[in-house]
Design a protein around this ligand. Structure first.
Ligand SMILES: NC(=O)c1ccc[n+]([C@@H]2O[C@H](COP(=O)([O-])OP(=O)(O)OC[C@H]3O[C@@H](n4cnc5c(N)ncnc54)[C@H](O)[C@@H]3O)[C@@H](O)[C@H]2O)c1
Length: 356
């Protein structure tokens, strides 16, 4: 059996996906640059459990810069999750990081995957490729990203389409909508809200709090992603992965405060550029083509995320400083971590090794 390569495996979604794939009987090769977009220690904690699995390899490498020779050897299919996330940080000079990690890295991986003749490549795109729309967002809408981040994810999606069209690579792009759950990135809404509530700090909210997001639980996203690896769909297919039930930020705060038994206090800030008023994803196509159904209701999913925030910690990792919370079209963990040394670089030994 070949490997499934999961890029960005130490991240929020990547670590959940790798666990799911391993439990489903696959051999998984992960690659991650352990970027410092948020605490690399949290990323090491994310993959600490996987490190004990003989079916898992993890390589530390930067897809945008390192030699990818050997990374695709023995790989059957790829899920490309590695990237620079976050809407607010993508303005200004930091955009070069988005170009490198979301565009250059994707193009280099596509070359390597084409050369290795992999069976399927699944790309993690984003609801941030859409412009502001009052109606549920469908895949046929003309993309009009409101942020440099969204533009970089769309560029990646376009590259994936070009390799599907012209180079014979079998691809599926999935537009994820505001993923939440245990291990959520520390820049994301639910993470920051829970952290603030637990610390009895005011919750910074941008605008009037009526921005709505289609929060989608990480296990549901993982199920759609795994299904896309084998679904008999035309190459180049693009699908929304959304729950289809947008919830306003102020409602999200109320649910979290209720679950935690804390009276929330909110600190108002002006609207932020690039913060779309509403995401409401129509996932009918994914339902049909992937035979997939989002199963987790918001309250149950948030409860599981809260449990993760309350997990026993060996080493406290401070919450990120910086500007008050925006609620980007997607979403952050006050991490805690055991320092786990991470495996070898490319060219390391095969399955059964790595992630000591
Ligand atoms: N979380 C969401 O709500 C959401 C929504 C839409 C799309 N997405 C997309 O899904 C993917 C995963 O998101 P996430 O929330 O798990 O983010 P994450 O930051 O937790 O994970 C991304 C991982 O990629 C790694 N990485 C970044 N650049 C790399 C490079 N050049 N080479 C190798 N590794 C690199 C990082 O170290 C990180 O561990 C991203 O591409 C993101 O754009 C996420």
């Amino acid at each position: 059996m070949g490997f499934i390569l999961v890029t960005g495996m130490a991240g929020f979604i990547g670590s959940h996906l790798a666990e799911f794939l391993v439990h489903s009987g696959h051999h998984v090769r992960g690659v991650d640059a352990f970027t410092d977009t948020y605490a690399p220690r949290q990323k090491r904690e994310n993959v600490a459990g996987l490190s004990r699995r003989p079916e898992v390899e993890l390589h530390t490498a930067d897809l945008a810069r390192d030699d990818l020779d050997g990374l695709l050897d023995g790989v059957d299919a790829v899920v490309h999750l590695a990237g620079e996330p976050g809407v607010p940080a993508s303005w200004g000079t930091s955009f070069t990081t988005y170009v490198e990690r979301n565009i250059v890295a994707t193009q280099r991986l596509l070359e390597a995957a084409t050369a290795a003749d992999v069976r399927r490549l699944v790309y993690a795109s984003s609801s941030s490729v859409y412009g502001p729309e009052d109606r549920p967002l469908v895949e046929t809408a003309v993309p009009r990203p409101l942020s440099p981040y969204g533009a970089s994810k769309l560029a990646g999606e376009m590259l994936v389409g070009a390799y599907a069209q012209e180079r014979g690579l079998s691809t599926v792009a999935l537009r994820y909508f505001s993923v939440y759950g245990p291990r959520q990135r520390p820049d994301m809404a639910a993470h920051r809200f829970i952290a603030a509530l637990l610390d009895r700090r005011p919750i910074p909210v941008f605008g009037d709090g009526r921005q709505a997001r289609d929060f989608t639980y990480v296990e549901d996203v993982v199920a759609a992603t795994a299904a896309a690896l084998t679904a008999p769909v035309p190459s180049g297919t693009v699908l929304n992965v959304a729950r289809g039930e947008p919830v306003e930020v102020r409602e999200l705060i109320d649910i979290l405060a209720d679950e935690l038994g804390v009276e929330p206090s909110v600190e108002r800030h002006p609207h932020r550029v690039g913060d779309t008023p509403r995401t409401d994803g129509c996932a009918d196509a994914a339902r049909e083509l992937l035979r997939w159904e989002p199963r987790t209701d918001l309250r149950s999913g948030l409860r599981r995320q809260i449990e993760w925030h309350l997990r026993p910690r060996l080493t406290a990792v401070p919450a990120p400083a910086g500007p008050a919370l925006a609620v980007p079209a997607e979403e952050i963990a006050v991490g805690a971590a055991v320092d786990v040394p991470v495996g070898a670089g490319l060219g390391g030994p095969g399955p059964g090794h790595e992630l000591p």
